[in-house]
Ligand binder design. Structure first.
Ligand code: BGC
Length: 845
């Protein structure tokens, strides 16, 4: 099945039946996920769903379960275009199972900095690798009749102040790096929809950006489809309509109220023609998705499909990257570990399957590493588990030993119309825990007060913390012990549960009863909280001093000492690596606890393996203390099986890094320009400003500049080990018809285990030009090779890929001359070179 052919006559006749008011209504969502419908005029609505690694459906947390696929940074590490297509195919079924026909994915913005909060849901630091994979993912999705929404267009490489940050980026870097994955995927796979970014690009919000939307996307790239805003990411009425933003999401509208748009039409600020154009794009999307013939929006269903389970496991294991394997400690084959003791530490019993935010799904299930290893290795091995490190981010909600006004366990929540919670509440309710999250709520209150009587069972300086959308505080027996003076810094981070909450301690005595009161007032209107501006919300957490400060490390060291092998599972939970904020540290959380665990276990057991689940590079200060390290990203619901497959050798690791891993954060190319600097804005608000000062020298393009730069890299782009060894021979490059280059190289599996090699082809001018990267990825091939076998890999690329954007002439240009083709196993491990001569090239964007 593919898309319905659009019948222009039907579109025009439908359009002509709608009044101007109705057309305006069509330009914003009806509700959180669906477009507006007018059943009596024959206009249905269509449902959208997040997101890149699973179709979550309408509920943010705890909804109908869904299949959880590997996150895109893992998918990128497979370097496997077929895998991307298969995932797209499977996601089409998943999207339909949630009653939706539009998937809000893929996310393609390049990884600019290792702390980027959403890097995990995007592919790579390299725009070519990202664009190629995204194109296949979109093909897979769309050939099964589900629309892709490529996002977030554009320059959304950080989460800090994402609604308001101004990203200053020169046109060359914009074109060559930040727009490139969009350009490749849009030209190759024609996604039906594009989602704009929240941020400001060179002074203009992305949703109202004439250059990005009109000139580049619809003009130069000739793309015809629907542009929707990110959720709450519409920032103007007139400008966004004129620039080409068809659909404001979610609904109900904030910027396209019928009266206001009518006034804009009346004043001539927006033409009726523009309204028609925007409405036509919405109708055409409905037509392509067959909504006119079949307007149904079926209920959400949880369907576990064996073929999806298999795919998730296979792709999961293919994207895992073996970073270090001294003395061939891995694989831990059955024979090797029979009758032995294996210590499992860290996240062995909590599968880290996805990052946080809109890319998280309520997975059908999550296979933990412990389960995966037990299944793979059987009863012949003795496993000993202990966690060994505190990794919580927020304190758990304060729900124990609390009694509300009615004498029942829990809290009383009182809501007030006024901005201060005093006098008689307008409404009251009880709650088990002190939290109120204002998603899908209709009421808008001025303030809320939560009260309880708390009787601790243990004495101690216990910990408290909270966050509120607006100004908030906690009082104990009438005394303020905690205060959040301003608005929460990111509404979506709040909504999705990942806001940083400073902790305070308070001396409690066991069996004594304390009156606890929490207050939150409505955020100020200039809060920069997007769609949650003006809504009430809060959460409050508690932990005893004993639990908070318990020494869990000593036990782990003991367990490791008494074992033959130790495997430490490190990583980021969805609270630590999430949409809505960037990581607070390059070191694994919390406060270095995981680094201490790995170092101590490595010191206690000479056969220590680390399996790291993050979507990004992290600091590895303990690298010399352990023999093996595996980067497992976020592998989806089959995580434990995929990890066990690699650890035990059932799968020979074939993943290669889609990002460079620097030694230290100071070595990152964007260091000093991430997440930017606050400047005082004209309206008194502080404005975050970021300059993409590194230009096109992002990721390996920076580290490749000199020996000094190269020394800053712990593991280079494209790197990954295997349980076998591959050699390359006889590299040849032939220019065909001046427009493309064909490279052939012989790949030999020189070991005794079957495996796959990722042959990477980089190209650059023979005499390096300082303004240009030394070399750039132009092609790659994943080649399965049997032991002793030699295969010839053929990789072709277009000479256009070698052009650079000239900001003066506004053209893509290539100088005539000698170019060097480098074939390698990573950007650093070049196995062979070939030279070609190319004629000059110059063309319009
Ligand atoms: C995210 C989008 C997502 C949308 C709907 C936004 O916060 O940036 O990627 O599709 O929410 O959940």
């Amino acid at each position: 099945m593919s898309f319905k052919k659009v019948d222009p006559e039907h579109i025009e006749s439908t359009l002509s039946k709608l009044t101007l008011e109705e057309k305006i209504l069509l330009l914003a969502g009806k509700n959180f996920w669906e477009t507006h419908d007018f059943p009596d005029k024959g206009v249905p609505s269509v449902k959208t769903s997040d997101g890149p690694n699973g179709a979550r459906g309408a509920t943010f947390k705890g909804g109908v379960t869904a299949a959880c696929f590997p996150a895109s940074s893992l998918l990128a590490a497979t370097w496997d275009l077929d895998a991307a297509k298969k995932i797209g195919n499977a996601l089409a079924d998943e999207t339909r199972s949630k009653g939706a026909r539009v998937l809000l994915a893929p996310t393609v913005c390049p990884h600019r900095h290792p702390l980027g909060g959403r890097n995990f849901e995007s592919f790579s630091e390299d725009p070519f690798l990202a664009g190629k994979l995204a194109a296949q993912y979109i093909h897979g999705l769309q050939e099964k009749g589900v629309a892709a929404t490529i996002k977030h267009y554009a320059v959304n490489e950080q989460e800090t102040c994402r609604f308001t940050v101004n990203e200053t980026v020169a046109e060359r870097a914009l074109r060559e790096i930040y727009l490139k994955p969009f350009e490749i995927a849009i030209k190759e796979a024609n996604p039906l929809a594009v989602m704009t970014a929240y941020n400001i690009v060179n002074g203009t919000h992305a949703d109202s950006h004439e250059f990005l939307l009109k000139e580049v996307l619809r003009g130069q790239w000739g793309w015809k489809g629907l542009v929707m805003s990110d959720w709450g990411g519409t920032n103007s009425t007139v400008e966004s309509l004129n620039a080409g933003l068809d659909l404001e999401m979610p609904g109900p509208t904030r910027w396209r109220k019928v009266d206001e748009v009518l006034a804009a039409v009346k004043s001539g600020a927006v033409s009726e023609k523009t309204i028609d154009e925007r409405a036509r794009n919405v109708l055409e999307l409905l037509a392509k998705l067959n909504c006119f013939e079949d307007p149904s929006i079926p209920d959400e269903r949880a369907i576990i499909l064996p073929e999806h389970q298999k795919l998730i496991r296979e792709v999961g294991s293919q994207g895992i990257v073996l970073l270090k394997n001294d003395g061939q400690l891995l694989p831990l084959k059955k024979e090797k570990v029979a009758k032995k003791k294996i210590a499992l530490l860290g996240f062995a019993k909590e599968a880290l399957i996805h990052g946080g935010g809109s890319a998280s799904v309520n997975a059908h299930y999550r296979v933990t590493a412990e389960e995966g290893l037990r299944r793979a290795l059987g009863d012949d091995v003795e496993f000993k588990y202990t966690k060994g490190a505190h990794t919580f981010r927020q304190l758990p909600l304060m729900g124990d030993n609390v009694v509300n006004h009615d004498g029942k366990p829990g809290w009383t929540l009182d809501f007030f119309a006024a901005d201060e919670p005093s006098g008689e509440p307008s409404s009251s309710t009880s709650a088990e825990q002190p939290t109120y999250v204002p998603i899908f709520v209709k009421e808008s209150w001025g303030s809320v007060r939560a009260t309880t009587q708390f009787t601790p069972t243990q004495s101690g300086n216990h910990y408290l913390a909270m966050s509120g959308l607006g100004r908030s505080k906690i009082s104990i027996d009438g005394k303020v012990v905690y205060e959040q003076k301003g608005n929460c810094y990111d509404s979506m981070a709040f909504l999705l549960g990942g806001v940083e909450e400073p902790e305070v301690q308070y001396p409690f005595e066991a069996s004594k009863t304390y009156s606890i009161e929490i207050q939150t007032v409505k955020p100020t209107s200039k809060g920069g909280l997007s769609m949650l501006d003006g809504l009430i919300g809060f959460r409050a957490g508690f932990m005893t001093e004993q639990d908070h400060n318990e020494d869990v490390l000593s036990d782990a060291v003991e367990v490791a000492k008494r074992s033959d092998f130790a495997i430490v599972f490190t990583g980021h939970t969805p609270d630590w690596e999430t949409e809505g904020q960037d990581q607070i540290s390059f070191n694994l959380p919390r406060n270095g606890s995981q680094d201490r665990l790995v170092a101590a276990v490595g010191g206690a057991n000479p056969n220590t393996v680390v399996v790291n689940c993050t979507g990004v590079a992290v600091a590895m200060p303990w690298l010399n203390e352990v023999k093996s390290v595996v980067q497992a990203w976020f592998p989806g619901q089959e995580a434990g099986n995929a990890i066990a497959d690699v650890l035990t050798g059932a799968v020979n690791p074939a993943g290669r890094l889609p990002v460079s891993f620097p030694h230290a954060l100071e070595d990152a190319p964007a260091y000093g320009n991430f997440p930017g600097e606050f400047k005082d804005g004209e309206d008194g608000r502080r404005q975050l400003e970021v300059t993409y000062a590194e230009g096109v020298f992002v990721g390996y393009r920076h580290y490749d500049l000199s020996e000094e730069h190269r020394s800053k890299v712990l593991f280079p782009f494209g790197y990954g080990l295997s349980y076998t060894t591959f050699t390359h021979g006889n590299p040849k490059a032939v220019v065909t018809g001046d427009t493309s280059v064909e490279i052939t190289v012989d790949v030999t599996n020189a070991g005794t285990t079957a495996g796959s090699e990722v042959v990477q082809v980089y190209a650059g001018a023979k005499l390096a030009v300082p303004e240009n990267p030394v070399k750039e990825l132009v092609g790659f091939a994943k080649v399965p090779v049997a032991p002793g076998e030699t295969k010839t890999a053929t990789i072709t690329f277009a000479t256009r890929q070698l052009t650079h954007f000239n900001e003066q002439s506004k053209k893509w240009e290539l100088e005539a001359g000698d170019y060097e083709i480098s074939v390698g196993q990573s950007v650093r491990d070049i196995t062979g070179k070939a030279n070609i001569k190319l004629p000059a090239l110059s063309y319009d964007p």
